[in-house]
Design a protein around this ligand. Structure first.
Ligand code: TXA
Ligand code: MG
Length: 324
């Protein structure tokens, strides 16, 4: 059910969960101050309570209220990338971010979204938490229709059009005096390096002490089985496959091609990715061959990571992480 900006704000204030647009993906929002509403998010999404949520704010000064961390590097990062697709994990002060939102961790993840409607909401409500607005484990929602497909046509959605980035925010966390990437996203490592002066490494994410709990769960997967291949199309062609590919490549014999656009435009591929994964399920495609012969740099790296995860049918971690 499409709702107006005014309805969105009043529903949030009444303790409801609503779907809202951001520049990365749609989010399922609840007020940061409303623990009962936050609990509903986990229930609606089918999300394990051990997977914390991102706190969204529109006022950089709020970081000092919520967190004890202050540093020149942090100031430079938010100066360069906020509002925008960068999430930063910070140690939090006692009693300012409900434990349920941060899954009991001593840290919380913060981001300032760039979508004008998200910013408008934040001017009224100061802070909300929002995971991506999809059922846990499935591709994120980048259009209002995607949210309705997952949660039903009666679910309240503020329609802000198609998300311009199409991939989630990049998450940075400080470890051993260096900023590391806990989740790759719309913002490339190369862009972050321009500010930090070094290319951030991937944060270690072993299951005993995960720096980003969400990385342990199954993610982004459509019902269709995806086969990733970096080898030439012809060598794995033994039937008429359904292909996810690129406009300048020929896929002879393919039954159908879902295009991610041009190999020269990673932003376009990012913009299209989740819609294409969702289209496979809409069309009842059982299996598809993905052309993953793409560059290992910039936003392509995020696309490759998402495709790899989308092709995994079991939880990444075979320990405690249940399939949700
Ligand atoms: O672009 C985005 O980030 C979107 C939009 C809606 O803002 N949100 C999003 O939220 O992708 P979600 O919940 O789907 O993913 C958030 C990730 C999870 O992997 C979670 O484990 C991680 O952020 N996270 C949250 N709090 C954390 C913390 N304190 N430390 C480490 N990772 C954290
Ligand atoms: Mg998500």
């Amino acid at each position: 059910m499409r709702i107006s900006l005014e309805q969105t704000i009043s529903l949030l204030q009444m303790g409801q969960v609503v779907a809202i647009p951001t520049e990365t993906v749609y989010g399922l929002a609840a007020l940061l101050s409303d623990e009962a509403a936050i609990e509903k998010i986990f229930h609606i999404k089918g999300r394990p309570s051990s997977n914390p949520l991102i706190v969204h704010i529109a006022d950089k000064e709020l970081c000092a209220k919520y967190s004890t961390l202050a540093s020149k590097e942090f100031d430079h990062l938010i100066e360069a990338f906020w509002p925008g697709p960068l999430t930063i994990v910070l140690p939090v002060r006692e009693g300012v971010v409900p434990s349920i939102a941060r899954a009991g961790l001593p840290t919380a993840a913060f981001r300032m979204p760039a979508h004008p409607l998200a910013l408008e909401i934040l001017r009224s409500v100061s802070a909300f938490v929002a995971p991506s607005a999809n059922l846990s484990g499935t591709p994120s929602a980048t259009q209002a229709e995607h949210v309705e497909n997952d949660f039903g046509s009666h679910f309240p959605v503020l329609d802000g059009g198609r998300c311009v980035q199409g991939l989630e925010s990049t998450i940075l966390v400080k470890q051993d005096e260096c900023w590391k990437v806990a989740r790759l996203g719309s913002l490339s490592k190369e862009k972050i390096a321009e500010v930090l002066g070094y290319l951030p490494e991937d944060a270690s994410n072993d299951s005993s002490q995960p720096l980003c709990p969400g990385q342990l769960f199954m993610h982004y997967a459509p019902k269709s089985r995806l086969y990733l291949s970096r080898v030439e199309y012809e060598s794995c062609l033994n039937k008429r496959p359904i292909v996810i590919g690129f406009s300048e490549r020929k896929y002879r014999g393919a039954e159908k091609i879902f295009s991610l656009g041009s190999l020269t435009k990673p932003e376009e591929a990012a913009f299209r990715l989740y819609d294409v994964l969702r289209q496979l399920d809409r069309d009842g495609v059982k299996e598809a061959w993905v052309d993953s012969n793409i560059p290992c740099a910039g936003v392509w790296l995020t696309i490759l990571e998402r495709l790899t995860r989308a092709s995994i049918k079991a939880p990444v971690d075979r320990g405690s992480a249940a399939l949700h």
